[in-house]
Design a protein around this ligand. Sequence first.
Ligand SMILES: Nc1ncnc2c1ncn2[C@@H]1O[C@H](COP(=O)(O)OP(=O)(O)OP(=O)(O)O)[C@@H](O)[C@H]1O
Ligand SMILES: [Mg+2]
Length: 498
Amino acid sequence: MAAPHMGAQPHRLPLDRGPIPSASRRGETVRHAATPNARENGMDRLSKPPSRAAQVLVVSRQQNFGIDASQFGPGWEIRHHHQLRDLPRVVRGSGPMAGVLDLESEYTDAEIALLEQSLQCLHVMWVAITSPQRLEDERVRRLIRDYCVDYVRVPFSYNELAYTLKHAHGMAALHAARGPDTAVQGKMIGECAAMRAMFRSLSKVAHNDAPVFISGESGTGKELAAQAIHEASNRRKGPFVAINCGAIPPHLVQSELFGYEKGAFTGANQRKIGWIEQAQGGTLFLDEIGDLPLESQVALLRFLQQGMITRLGGHQSIPLDLRIISATHVDLVAAQAEGRFRSDLFHRLCVLTLSIPPLRERGEDILLLANAVLAEHGHEAHRRIRGFSPCATQAMMQYGWPGNVRELINRVRRAIVMTDNRKITAEDLQLHGNSDAPRKTLDAIREEAEREAIRSVMASHGFHVVPAARELNVSRVTLYRLMHKHNIRVEGQSNHAE
Ligand SMILES: Nc1ncnc2c1ncn2[C@@H]1O[C@H](COP(=O)(O)OP(=O)(O)OP(=O)(O)O)[C@@H](O)[C@H]1O
Ligand SMILES: [Mg+2]
């Protein structure tokens, strides 16, 4: 198989040019970029050297597949790995890195399964190298779609690859900076105090088997949180079955949930296993539980009390071992008061609760999420986008986000496709003028004013807390508490001012 190469350059084995092997492990070689060659090639502007060498893991089943380390300029450390069997261990044991995944080679299904195990770790962000022919293979498309932040097609330019890898490396560092909760929160991005508190609760409920009720406005990430609970629980090897109770026609809810036997009713030509039974051994996520019709609530309650179901038309009770997570954006307390939701079921479902904060209360997480969406979908643009303009950043911070994370994803994705600018503007996000933004409450306006006052006074004192506290006429401790509350960081530090 040919190694990837620069379009305009004659093909040569990447190892010919004398990058210096600095270490060697089983199935692995490490090379540092050779600066002079990079200069000769005019590549020195590719990448400002990061303060420490940025690690890149190049993965291929082919021993002769390589990336020419000398093309990257200084500050990169390129490691090659071709023993797929060892890859999960190597990836798990590494720090934040960018990964290059050779998807130009062909892989067996077993090798793909090995790759998938390794690609899931969020502290390594992958860029695939592939060819137009290989993109015809759905398995290749799926690997790119589900696990890679970007891909390049052969023949590619090292300029393009280095830019993409730099981005991937930055994303990996962001994920790694989340700390030990990473395994718990799954794909959820969040660093503000409210989200960190939520991740801590998520970790606790994940290690318990009692039913969990997740509350939160529409689009805040309730389903993602349910998946994260499942992934962090000891049922992670079992199925995760998500049902939207509001989307099933009321007359079909019972048969969909509990299944039926052949001949149970006209049209029941064969036995059907219901959703609840399909979750055996795993987790059943009952989304929009507030929309469950009353008669199905009774049947669900019976199952929760007895741990058994009976299929419609069946006589046998089937014992089930599964964990229930439920969610709704409906106010269940009001629904109980109005007789639309059974109190006994409510208490059974809400043994543990998890509350997801609305996006407008997540401070700079809004920008973190927007950048993550840009990193993931930036390749959908017709030109390279270099971030968000100051007006876009300000508009995102001021907007009320009634549709929460889902709305943010949609706005940024639309802006990526529609923009003609190098940086996404407030107009691209359709947030200019903010005329259709919902009105803010007095509390929200106060909070925002408090946050802005603290930010500007801190900035005017070079982020020194003592003089800033003096000017604001509060104690140092109060100022630290307020900075923590508003997720304001001391510039130059990556952590929260906690
Ligand atoms: N913290 C997060 N980090 C990254 N993506 C997120 C986060 N929270 C939500 N999302 C994404 O936002 C979208 C909406 O999330 P999800 O479907 O889990 O929300 P929901 O609360 O279940 O919404 P609804 O109430 O409408 O059912 C999804 O694409 C999800 O991947
Ligand atoms: Mg949902």
